[in-house]
Structures are given as C-alpha cells and as structure tokens.
Ligand binder design. Structure first.
Ligand SMILES: *[C@@H]1O[C@H](CO)[C@@H](O)[C@H](O)[C@H]1NC(C)=O
Ligand SMILES: *[C@@H]1O[C@H](CO)[C@@H](O)[C@H](O)[C@H]1NC(C)=O
Length: 352
C-alpha cells in the first residue's frame, strides 16, 4: 500500500441527516475517496448521531484511529444529540454504568490538524485525545448546555504536543481537561464558558498513571465558569507527578473559583479525604491573571500534606470579589509560593 506511517483504518460511524431513515455502520473513508494520510473535509452540514445511547457499541460515535498527517476541516457540525442521554448518565456514582458515547475520538493520531469544526451536544466528552502526537485544534467550537453532565470539551491523555488554539468551548463540565501522560500541551486563545474551567486532572485515581509535564495555558478568557484554572488530584492516591505548568494572561469574568490547586479532589465523597494525595506537584506559575470572582475564594492552593507543592509562583494576580460581604481571599495550604508583582487578594492571606 502506498500509505505513509502508521496507517490502519479511518473508521467513521456516520449518520447522515440527509437520509430519511437513519443508517449506521462503520465506513472506511478510503473507500469514499479520502486518503488515509490526507484530508477529510466535512460538507458544511451537520452529522447527526442517533439519539438512543443503546445504539452505540463502544463508547464512541466518530473514531479517527492510527492516522498520520490528517486534516479534518470544513465548517461542519458533529451533533451528538445528547439531550436524550444526559439524564441517563450515572457514571459519577455507579461504577458499573455503561459509558455514554463520546462525539469524536482521536486514537494514536499524529502530525494532524483539526480546524473549523463544531461539536454540539455530545452525550459524554466531546473530543477525546488518546496516544496522539503533534495534533493542533484550531478554531474549534464546542457547545453543550451548562447543566449537561460530563460533557467535557476536549480531554487529552497520554499524548504529546497537542495544541488547542483560538477556540470557543462552553459545556456542562471542564472546557479542557488534561489527564495523565499529557506532555507539551498548549491551550492558547481559548474562551471557556459555561463550564467547569480548564483543568489538569483529576490525577492519582489509577495505578500506573504517567506524569503530566509541560502545560501552557495562555491568553484565555473564562466566563461564568465554576472554576478558572485548576489542578486536581485525588486524596489517598497512587503515586504520580505533575510539573512545569504555566497559566499566563488569563481573564476571569465572574468565575466562582478562579485559581485552584485541589489535592483533596473528591466529588460525591467517594474517597478517603483524610489520607493525603501522593501526586507531586511542582513548577507551577500563575501570572497576570485578572478579573472578577463570584466567591471570596479567589485563590486556593490546597496542596498535599504528604508532598507539599514546590516551586509555585504567583505573579500579578488581580481578582476582585463582586459580592458585598467582604474581600476576596487567597488560601495556601502545604505550599509557600513565590510572590511577585500585584497581589489582590494579598497572597496567602489564609494559611494552614
Ligand atoms: C506537526 O504536524 C504538522 C501538521 O499539522 C506538520 O506540518 C509539522 O511538520 C509537524 N511537526 C513535526 C515536528 O513533525
Ligand atoms: C502575556 O501578555 C504580555 C502583555 O501583553 C505579553 O508581553 C506576553 O508576551 C504574554 N505572554 C505570552 C506567553 O504570550
């Protein structure tokens, strides 16, 4: 075969809106004129997923797998038809649940660009990036309602050299979440909201997780989100590490928790919060982060008692609490950050 590296199949499970009766199947797009190392240009239309979650065999709608040098573009929309499914998602509480399908999965894709597409109302995560290298997302739009469960925008794991540039993400969960093994990641010019913010983690839940190394979040705006920029690790965790993370030039517009390191992340109280996290966090900088907070907790650095955070920098932080019952605060637990420039609220005004 005349293909370049790492070619297996491009499998697209498509339901075309133009067909009156829903059709399904796995298509190898090479049979439809696409090169395995070439371009997929969506017509400027909408691909619509079946509404019924039980239709999907593996937790995925569209999967792009083992492709080198792909460009996916063209202005089209992947409509996951999530409304019927969100109410059925109990995976946060039930570990035997069947996971709902993700709109787009990129598995082991290299040297590729995804641009000018929209992902709408996914049943679960919108885009999941696994085992990829050198992939850029540019001018991508991701939209789901604020109350849709677990609809993370772009989730990255075990991937190197991934960039998310000039994109708009508003969902019911994290706009961007970076799982274990995320390396050399850039999130730049992204507007996020509604949603839970831009997150590293959660880390430490599973044995054998790879470190997170090298994350830059630059020039982003968060609007009315639950969190701004966040690093979260489970208590009573397995060993792990996250380092070299930089958050710079970020605007917070009515964000509930703008800056947060949370090493006792424990949603639904499914963990032993009193046993400290064993994820080592180091080399983190928060620089030029400005705007408004809707709770007093503008800055929360809650590091692990077992492994205090090291080399944390706060530089030019200016976050105003827009309530009328006092001023914003900055909490530092098991961390002594380096402080530079403006500090509003005063750095570590609450210590423990
Ligand atoms: C990364 O991928 C782009 C295509 O999106 C390609 O032009 C570039 O050469 C790749 N970089 C490396 C270092 O391979
Ligand atoms: C952050 O903003 C400042 C002032 O506009 C600019 O000089 C700096 O290069 C920006 N940082 C990054 C990493 O783009």
């Amino acid at each position: 075969m005349g293909f370049k590296l790492n070619i297996a199949t491009i499998s697209l499970l498509l339901i075309l809106t133009s067909t009156a009766r829903a059709q399904s199947g796995v298509f190898d797009v090479r049979n439809y004129g696409a090169q395995a190392n070439g371009d997929i240009t969506l017509v400027q239309g909408t691909l619509q997923a079946p509404g019924d979650p039980s239709f999907f065999k593996d937790a995925s709608w569209v999967t792009l797998e083992r492709i080198d040098s792909l460009t996916l573009s063209g202005g089209g929309t992947f409509d996951g038809q999530g409304k019927t499914a969100w109410g059925k998602n109990d995976c946060s509480k039930n570990k035997f649940c069947s996971p709902l399908p993700i709109n787009i999965r990129l598995n082991f894709v290299t040297n590729s660009e995804i641009r000018d597409i929209t992902s709408l109302d996914s049943k679960q995560f919108h885009i999941n990036v696994l085992g990829c290298q050198n992939v850029t997302f540019r001018r991508v739009t991701i939209t789901a309602p604020e109350d849709s469960l677990n609809t993370d925008g772009i989730h990255i794991g075990r991937s190197t050299g991934i960039r998310i540039i000039d994109s708009h993400i508003g969902t019911g969960d994290d706009c961007v979440s970076l799982g274990d093994g995320s390396k050399d990641i850039v999130v730049k010019g992204v507007s996020c909201g509604p949603g839970h913010g831009i997150s590293i983690g959660s880390l430490g839940k599973y044995d054998g997780e790879e470190p997170v190394v090298g994350v830059k979040v630059i020039g982003c705006t968060l609007t009315k989100t639950m969190n701004g920029v966040r690093i979260k690790t489970w208590p009573n965790s397995f060993d792990g590490a996250a380092s070299h993370m930089r958050f710079e030039n970020i605007t917070m517009d009515n964000v509930a928790n703008p800056i947060i390191i949370d090493q006792v992340y424990c949603p639904y109280n499914q963990c032993q919060a009193e046993i400290p996290s064993k994820i080592k966090i180091s080399k983190v900088s928060f620089e030029n982060i400005r705007g408004t907070t809707t709770t007093k907790q503008a800055v929360q650095l809650h590091c692990s008692k077992a492994l205090p955070c090291q080399n944390v920098q706060l530089r030019d932080i200016d976050l105003a609490y827009n309530g009328n019952d006092g001023d914003a605060i900055s909490e530092c637990i098991n961390v002594t950050p380096n402080i530079d420039g403006i500090q509003n609220p005063p750095a570590c005004s609450v210590k423990a």
